[in-house]
Design a protein around this ligand. Structure first.
Ligand code: SF4
Ligand code: SF4
Length: 468
């Protein structure tokens, strides 16, 4: 994808900030150079301290190998190992930027890509053979962040337009429409209206509202475009719960997409654009807080990464709707009855929330209060396996066969719980898990916490099915 290039003064300012030893060797980006030269120039410009430490720290001990679901599903294939995947970028860095590659290139296996074919091969590794789940990172004694090297490489290839078609399309949609599913403003507002009417009808009251662009509310609620396109009931569940909690809330007309394809494609400029839209919307509406609906990469992007990409002084507190729900239950603003959800439920930790975020016990705290039987899957929490659809893989049709093959690990893990319901707090994981369930014929369905809480609500004045 050809993205706007930096101006000469921006390039110069960036170069001026670099240490003198790097400045001497650094070539500025030349848009007329061939792809290999551009790749190497961009790599040299994007090297930073965390990247260098992951480049140099790997001692090839192999301790991360069994962490990766690709390896577990294909144990005979050495190209599936995290170290092999990271080495494909590491060897280029060694060849062009590290002293070892200049002095003992044969020893450190330093090697440069020579052609577009080599870059295309690299594309298939970084986009098709890693879901950036970071399970290997947590199991590396040297702290090597393989997923960070994968994202760095994806970002450079994205800038060169050497990307899977799905990544190109989703990125373009998010640049053009402000959301990654190209939802128009008309569709967005119509869907919110439709959901408002559904909840009003269900509860027999016209008091339920889904406010848009209301100023000075306690929070601005942001969603995943999938909720508008494929799962609008999740907005209805949220509206119902917020109504009973007597919440003062709003949704923005623009800047409502909390997902961010820049996290997956490695495109920090897209990351900055999307995150800034959202932060600016909250500022304009004078919202006291930003609440993020259930989405793993959306939470990671909006809560943790977005203001770094955008270099934005984001001062408005930001939280997942999971925290909002806990507050309601703890403060007695909503009452829940676990017998409303009688089937056994297990929980799938989203990689972007449990390993790259901070919500591990919180969803469990809620689940134990809203369902009759909660069962942990094994392994769980930060050791959980990816839904296998992370890092935008669901949008890359060409890698679907391999994705479903390595999903065998996830399928076995799900099946072993014996649960009929798997709950997750990520819309991306919903689609990833649904694919696994369908492909491996598992007898279970996927739900999210908002649905479980909405089911469990004790509605004042309404006779409850299984309770008091
Ligand atoms: S990434 Fe870490 S665990 Fe894996 S081979 Fe390298 S040093 Fe060992
Ligand atoms: S980040 Fe996940 S998918 Fe990628 S190499 Fe590591 S364990 Fe495998």
């Amino acid at each position: 994808m050809n993205l706007p290039l930096e101006t000469e003064s921006q390039k110069k300012a960036k170069k001026d900030k670099l240490p003198s030893v790097v400045k001497g060797r650094l070539k500025l980006y030349d848009p007329k150079a061939d792809n290999v030269k551009k790749f190497i120039t961009l790599l040299s410009q994007r090297i930073n301290r965390p990247v260098v430490s992951s480049m140099v720290a790997c001692v090839h001990c192999g301790m991360c190998t069994d962490s990766c679901h690709y390896v577990l599903a294909r144990p005979e294939d050495p190209t599936m190992t995290p170290a092999y995947k990271a080495d494909q970028i590491r060897r280029i860095w060694k060849k062009h930027m590290d002293w070892t590659g200049r002095i003992i290139p044969w020893w450190v296996r330093a090697r440069s890509p020579d052609s577009d074919e080599d870059l295309n091969r690299l594309k298939n590794i970084v986009f098709g053979m890693c879901s950036q789940c970071r399970r290997c990172t947590l199991n590396c004694p040297m702290g090597v962040d393989t997923a960070a090297l994968i994202r760095l490489t994806r970002g450079i290839l994205t800038e060169l337009g050497i990307v899977p078609e799905g990544v190109f399309n989703v990125s373009r949609d998010q640049w053009e429409s402000g959301n990654q599913m190209a939802v128009t403003e008309e569709d967005y507002l119509e869907t919110l209206d439709w959901m408002k009417e559904e909840v009003q009808e269900e509860l027999g009251t016209s008091e339920i509202d889904i406010p848009v662009d209301k100023k000075g509310c306690d929070f601005m609620y942001t969603i995943n475009p999938r909720e508008i396109k494929f799962d609008p009931r999740s907005i209805a569940h949220a509206a119902k719960i917020f109504h009973f909690a007597e919440e003062s809330w709003t949704m923005p007309r623009w800047g409502w997409d909390q997902t961010n394809f820049g996290l997956f494609s490695g495109d920090d400029k897209l990351g900055a654009y999307v995150a800034k839209n959202l932060y600016e919307a909250a500022k304009k509406l004078r919202a006291k807080r930003i609440v993020i609906s259930e989405c793993g990469h959306g939470y990671r992007s909006t809560r943790w990464e977005g203001y770094n990409w955008a270099d934005y002084a984001q001062k408005i507190p930001t939280e997942s709707v999971i925290i909002t729900l806990i507050r309601y239950i703890q403060q007695g603003r909503i009452k829940v009855n676990p017998t409303h959800n009688p089937e056994p439920v297990t929980f799938h930790d989203s990689c972007n929330i449990a390993r790259s975020g901070d919500l591990i016990e919180e969803p469990r705290w809620i689940l134990k209060r809203v369902c009759s039987e909660f069962r942990e899957m094994v392994p769980n929490r930060t050791e959980n396996f990816c839904c296998t659809g992370g890092s935008g893989l669901l949008s890359m049709a060409e890698y679907r066969p391999l994705r479903l093959e390595v999903a065998q690990i996830k399928a076995e893990q799900l099946k072993a719980t014996g649960a009929k319901i798997v709950c997750t707090i990520c819309h991306n994981c919903v689609d990833g898990l649904n694919d696994v369930i369908k492909h491996y014929n598992l007898d279970m369905r996927v739900v999210q916490i908002l649905e479980m809480v909405a089911n469990a609500l004790v509605i004042p004045g309404k006779k409850q099915g299984n309770q008091e």
